[in-house]
Write a protein that binds this ligand. Structure first.
Ligand SMILES: Nc1ncnc2c1ncn2[C@@H]1O[C@H](COP(=O)(O)OP(=O)(O)OP(=O)(O)O)[C@@H](O)[C@H]1O
Ligand SMILES: [Mg+2]
Length: 262
């Protein structure tokens, strides 16, 4: 059996500096994820899902006001982003960053070396990389291209899953990894996530707007995230309910998704 780990987010508040002053975005987030569990996080645009992902990963823009995120009992919010990655936290970004001048191979090998604390053996690493790319139907040419530079939306998402498979984290936050994928890519990317789960007992927080990915990656638990915190938790059936009914009942009194424009 794979090792068991726990990620426990406790009463997390975080804010961001804006032109109009500080804005509170996360307002009391509580969540516990164990190894091997898949949690789907659904919720309206602008509710703070990506902010939660970035805050956990350590993006400097987001300031933690209070609360903790314990990875096996250790508060990762006090750690630098690279240490969090080393401890086993992985973020697949909603909008993966382009890094011109850094090749995919160099980037992946450097990341792997940092995370494992030692360089991977050249021959096994090359084989592992080649096989992972093949499974994700990525042309070998991508290995020598700059990270995400000029990649299509779907290619970027595939590259995120490639990192996930090679870096073998304990927990992965997948921020809309399914958005913008064609039907074949959706299946291929999902298979990659499921392989990671099977091979390493990965725990997954999957932010998504669509139930279609949940047919491939089965969630154990579905959460509704609205106005900076979780407002409802249920089983897979909750996702179907949301698709049909939307989020109105979870929004603050008088608010709807158009309210900011009114
Ligand atoms: N740097 C920033 N400056 C100003 N506002 C910000 C900043 N970062 C986030 N916000 C605001 O915080 C709120 C939450 O944004 P976030 O990206 O976390 O939402 P989301 O739930 O991921 O939405 P989506 O479903 O559209 O991806 C939004 O209103 C956004 O405009
Ligand atoms: Mg988002």
């Amino acid at each position: 059996m794979a090792e068991q780990h726990t990620l426990e987010i406790k009463d997390l508040y975080a804010s961001v500096e804006t032109k109009e002053g500080r804005k509170q975005i996360l307002k009391g987030v509580n969540l516990t994820v164990h190894s091997g569990e898949t949690h789907a996080i659904m919720g309206p645009n602008g509710s703070g899902k990506s902010t939660l992902a970035y805050t956990l990963a350590g993006h400097p823009k987001y300031e933690v006001d209070s609360g903790e995120a314990l990875l096996d009992g250790v508060d990762i919010l006090k750690q630098t982003p690279d240490l969090r990655a080393k401890e086993g936290l992985f973020l697949a970004m909603q909008y993966p960053v382009e890094v011109p001048g850094v090749s995919m191979t160099n980037f992946l090998r450097t990341a792997k070396t940092e995370i494992d604390g030692k360089a991977p053996a050249i021959r096994t690493w090359a084989k592992e990389l080649g096989e992972a790319m093949k499974r994700l139907r990525m042309d070998p040419k991508f290995a020598s291209r700059s990270v995400n530079d000029g990649f299509s939306g779907g290619e970027k998402k595939r590259a995120e899953v490639l990192q996930l498979e090679l870096l073998k984290p304990k927990f992965a936050i997948m921020d809309e990894t399914d958005s913008g994928l064609d039907v074949d890519a959706l299946r291929i990317v999902s298979e990659g996530v499921n392989r990671a789960k099977e091979n390493t007992g990965l725990g997954i927080l999957m932010v998504t707007h669509y139930t279609r990915i949940l047919k491939y990656i089965k969630p154990d638990i579905v959460h509704v995230f609205a106005d900076g915190h979780f407002v409802k938790t249920g089983g897979p059936e909750l996702a179907d309910y949301l698709e049909e009914h939307g989020y109105d009942e979870y929004l603050p009194e008088g608010a709807d998704s158009e309210s900011a424009l009114a």
